[in-house]
Design a protein around this ligand. Structure first.
Ligand code: NAP
Ligand code: MG
Length: 502
């Protein structure tokens, strides 16, 4: 019988040939594994006003494309001010005649039904979201859609317990709220906005982003199927100016906006002097801080998740890595090895880690930042990777040798680009992390609980993750400091932003 030592090792390559140079990413070639669920697309989507599908007053439509192959997905109504007026009229009527008077326990049943219907159609919604936005299917399937359903479930749970939102006080709905959301989490942002508004008894006029209107209209189908009374939620598609009309409308008792700081400021100026309530969820430039006592492999996963998740098109992305000088080389080395095996490509493929950038404009913006980073003296590194021939793709990118004055360290890029800076002491880490106009989120990686507590009080950010990153829960309020905005979404605090207290 042959012993283990007698066995011949299998020959990996013909004798005498030089060993091929291995690129990490080539070690494992996966077969394509595209998600095949039918996204059930209609060729054309109208506006959703007063519970019905309505053609826009303009008679015009715009296309939404799939950024992964630049093909048209469907066309969408170009809503304007006349449509916004009609939506507000319907919402006001629904508020005064039905929704604002309905007992919370009854409203809860509708929210619960919406959540269940979303779960029933989860795969269809995940594919639709991926097609419209370019985000990898594993994110839309495992994060966006389940988290959107979770927000409706969570707020269904609150609707009959609103007396506990502010113990000792009485809560009442505000009326009609106008809401505008961006393209990076199209469905999830709708859920963050609509669920608390409805639980509290408000009615809604909402606009999705031009790049990603699809799941908003599919959600409207669910509102119909759930029997939501007409006018409680109205969906208006259209350009930024239509968003402006929603925000400035005199009927809106409150406006809620998620998007860029620049547009947020424009909106605030347009409603200055009115008594509208306002919440603003704006940009970010989060620091992910890694100390030398951190579990480094885990931290590297957190860094990757923090900035390359959803192609870095995340307001709370950990776009600045602050790493303690003593472990900087080690961490950057580990990070490079990890990036070499990230899969960039077809967002519908279940193995894809980094999908398509949402639009050509956004890709151009990111590339301009790469150029600025190099011109300002930082060192750019990208793993070797093959990008699909069509669509808006780019490799994950890191910059070393970055200083605090570099634009890539100060401005929100909204792409898979990480600026790496170093620090020596805790004080220096806090100072550098807070040296930004934004204050949405931050991450701390360390073995010391006391250090986590110290940093969580000293970092000026609305959310601070410790030894993890990008974790969300409907019960946990989310929102910013400084130019990242004000108001909270999620949890009891989020509900407080949708009610009057007496
Ligand atoms: P954006 O340009 O500000 O657009 C956001 C939304 O506002 C879109 O629906 C847009 O419509 C609409 N809009 C544009 N101009 C408007 C105006 N003058 N008045 C009213 N609405 C207007 O932002 P984006 O590029 O879509 O999204 C990326 C930004 O969102 C980033 O800065 C990111 O940090 C931020 N964001 C923040 C959070 C948060 O919770 N803090 C979450 C997600 C994203 P069109 O699409 O038709 O232009
Ligand atoms: Mg699209």
């Amino acid at each position: 019988m042959a012993t283990p030592t007698d066995r011949k090792r299998p020959t990996l390559r013909p004798q005498g040939r030089p060993a091929p140079k291995l690129i990490f990413g080539d070690l494992w070639e996966y077969d394509p594994a595209p998600e095949t669920a039918d996204p059930k697309l209609k060729p054309r989507y109208e506006l959703f006003i007063n519970g019905r599908w309505v053609a826009p007053a303009s008679g015009r439509y715009f296309d939404s494309i799939n950024p992964a192959n630049e093909t048209k997905l469907a066309e969408f109504a170009l809503g304007g001010t006349a449509d916004v007026d009609a939506a507000y009229r319907a919402a006001q009527r629904a508020f005064t005649t039905v929704w604002g008077r309905m007992p919370g326990g009854e409203r809860a049943k509708y929210l619960f039904r919406i959540a269940r219907l979303l779960q029933d159609r989860a795969r269809e919604f995940a594919v639709a979201e991926t097609l419209d936005s370019g985000k990898p299917i594993k994110e839309s399937r495992d994060f966006d859609v389940p988290m959107a359903a979770a927000h409706f479930f969570y707020h269904a749970g609150w609707a009959d317990k609103l007396d506990y939102v502010a113990p000792g006080r009485k809560v009442a709905p505000l009326g009609v709220v106008g809401q505008v959301v961006p393209w990076n989490f199209p469905l999830l942002m709708l859920a963050w906005k609509i669920a608390p508004a409805l639980a509290m008894g408000n009615c809604v006029v909402i606009k999705p982003a031009t790049n990603t209107p699809l799941t908003a209209l599919k959600l409207a189908e669910i509102f119909q199927d759930a029997g939501l009374p007409p006018g409680v939620v109205n969906v208006i598609t259209g350009p930024g100016s239509t968003g402006g009309a929603i925000m400035a409308h005199p009927t809106a008792a409150k406006i809620a906006f998620t998007g860029s700081t620049e547009v947020g400021k424009t909106i605030m100026r347009s409603v200055a002097g009115t008594d509208k309530r306002m919440t603003m969820e704006l940009g970010g430039k989060a620091a992910n801080i890694v100390f030398d006592d951190a579990p480094l492999d885990q931290a590297v996963e957190g860094i990757v998740n923090g900035i390359f998740f959803n192609q870095g098109e995340v307001c709370c992305a950990g776009s600045r890595l602050l790493v303690q000088e003593s472990v900087a080389r080690l961490v950057v080395g580990k990070l490079r090895n990890r990036l070499r095996v990230l899969r960039v490509g077809n967002p519908l493929d279940k193995n894809t880690d980094v999908g398509a950038i949402v639009s050509r404009d956004q890709l151009n913006t990111i590339q301009a930042y790469l150029k600025a980073g190099v011109e300002e003296g930082a060192v750019m590194w990208q793993p070797p990777c093959r990008l699909p021939p069509k669509g808006f793709f780019m490799p994950p990118t890191i910059f070393t040798g970055v200083t605090q004055s570099h634009r890539i360290a100060r401005e929100e890029i909204f792409g898979p680009v990480l600026a790496i800076l170093t620090f020596r002491t805790v004080e220096e880490a806090v100072e550098k992390a807070n040296n930004t106009a934004y204050g949405l989120s931050a991450g701390v990686w360390t073995d010391k609980g006391s250090r986590i507590l110290k940093l969580s009080t000293e970092l000026k950010a609305g959310v601070i993750w410790a030894n993890t990153f990008n974790k969300f829960d409907p019960a946990s309020p989310f929102g910013g400091y400084k130019e990242s905005g004000f108001g909270r979404e999620g949890g009891r605090q989020g509900l407080l932003d949708y009610c009057k207290l007496t």
